[in-house]
Design a protein around this ligand. Structure first.
Ligand code: FES
Ligand code: FE2
Length: 429
């Protein structure tokens, strides 16, 4: 199941006009935190997504948009523009653009000129769901229904979302997220220490059996990735991760703690946004949970002031603590689950050379996710087949952690647990 060089190239290239780039543009994309555009006519923000330089703004009527980052007149960055009276006005000669990319004013040209009607720039719709602004960068007539992955639909009080700059291609971040076997190693000692993981019965099985057997089954939107560990004589401990096209994962729960989820969104081919989400289907997030997540617990991190870049990074070796590593306080020596993952994934280089990798049986989820992405990109490019997972019904799924008798396949034993049934608890131990 090794990749060809061409397949590798296809998987990691997401600019416009590449097969994967065109596939990704068919989905709604988590683009900004709502806090980045807090109110109508607030300052615009620079946004780079899928290799495109854009500017995001919220107009006087509260409509959001991403538009071309540069003025078509003589190329000035619209980030320096004035956000006023339902449009973003370039600070050089005053050309003004609305949320649909139309040039609505051109004060530098003669009054009788109709030149402005001929000028239009790229503009992508953006909608707010909870604390996230989602953009759609594909063909207007193929725009799907808004996303219904569980965390996007819950009341804002039940969801905590953060984003972190990661200096890698999206694929190696995604592959880390669906690789359930590293949890027994990388995060081994954090499971008991971290306030959002501690105390779960599942931690015992996770640490006891570092050789999970994987069973991966296709779902409508992606994959069910089942990892089976020995529990006792009669039962297996199953952790079932959801992979949803094109870049989402839902982590199996730990006891009664908040559920974790991710999205890995390409900024360009060498950087991505690692979106980390915690949520609970039945209750608001507590003040204490907020506090620990803001201070870098769970799957979140601590930022350099005024940025979404983590304090621990390659320039300081992720603040690795060799004595903690030796004393078995941290398996990798890096503090925090998010930075444990980020440090290892960034250490592979911005784009891992997959021609050199040696995959084992525990990598079957990764192998199938790659195939799913490649197949969808090819089908879209060759005959316009709509990508999987756009139907909101296919997105209504859950991860699960449970014990099942050894002779029961997880697709049977966990069938109900894997369905999203609103206002019900998730299945976990
Ligand atoms: S460069 Fe923007 S109006 Fe001239
Ligand atoms: Fe991890």
């Amino acid at each position: 199941m090794a990749l060809t060089a061409e397949q590798q190239q296809t998987l990691v290239s997401t600019n416009a006009s590449t097969p994967m780039g065109e596939l990704f543009r068919r989905y709604w994309i988590p683009a900004l935190l709502a806090e980045e555009l807090p109110e109508p006519d607030c300052p615009p923000v620079r946004v780079r997504l899928l290799g495109e330089d854009l500017v995001g703004f919220c107009d006087s009527e509260g409509r959001y948009a991403l538009i071309d980052g540069f003025c078509p007149h003589r190329g000035v960055s619209l980030f320096f523009g004035r956000n006023e009276e339902c449009g973003l006005r370039c600070s050089y000669h005053g050309w003004k653009f609305d949320v649909e990319g139309r040039c609505v004013d051109m004060p530098s040209e003669p009054e009788e000129s109709n030149f402005k009607n001929k000028v239009r720039i790229a503009a992508y719709p953006m909608i707010r769901l909870g604390d996230v602004l989602w953009a759609y960068m594909g063909p207007p007539d193929a725009r799907p229904a808004p996303p219904e992955i569980e965390w996007a639909t819950l009341p804002a009080a039940q969801v905590y979302v953060s984003k972190r700059l990661q200096r890698t291609n999206y694929l190696q971040a995604l592959e880390g997220g669906i690789d359930s076997s590293h949890v027994s190693f990388t995060h081994r000692f954090s499971l008991d220490d971290d306030p959002l993981h501690a105390g779960a019965l599942g931690n015992v099985y996770l640490k006891k059996d570092g050789r999970p057997r994987f069973e991966v089954v296709e779902s409508d939107a992606g994959l069910y990735i089942g990892a089976r560990r020995n529990a006792d004589d009669e039962r297996y401990y199953w952790r079932i991760t959801q992979y949803l096209m094109p870049w989402y994962s839902i982590i199996p729960p730990f006891g009664e703690h908040l559920i974790g989820a991710h999205a890995w969104v390409p900024i360009d081919d060498e950087t991505c946004w690692a979106w980390s989400i915690n949520y609970h289907p039945l209750r608001a997030i507590t003040a204490e949970e907020h506090r620990v997540m803001r201070s870098g617990s769970g799957i979140h991190c601590v930022y350099k002031p005024g940025t979404y870049e983590p304090v621990a990074d390659a320039s300081n070796d992720y603040l690795i603590d060799r004595s903690a590593q030796r004393a078995k306080k941290s398996f990798s020596g890096v503090a925090g689950i998010a930075m444990q993952d980020a440090s290892l994934q960034e250490s592979m280089g911005p784009i891992q050379d997959r021609m050199k990798e040696r995959l084992g049986t525990s990598d079957s989820g990764i192998i199938m996710a790659r195939q799913r992405l490649l197949r969808a990109a090819k089908a879209l490019a060759e005959d316009g087949t709509p990508p999987p997972g756009l139907d909101p019904a296919a997105q209504r799924v859950r991860s699960a952690a449970l014990l099942l008798p050894k002779d029961v396949p997880f697709q049977e034993g966990a069938a109900e647990a894997l369905q999203l049934r609103p206002n019900t608890a998730f299945v976990s131990l």
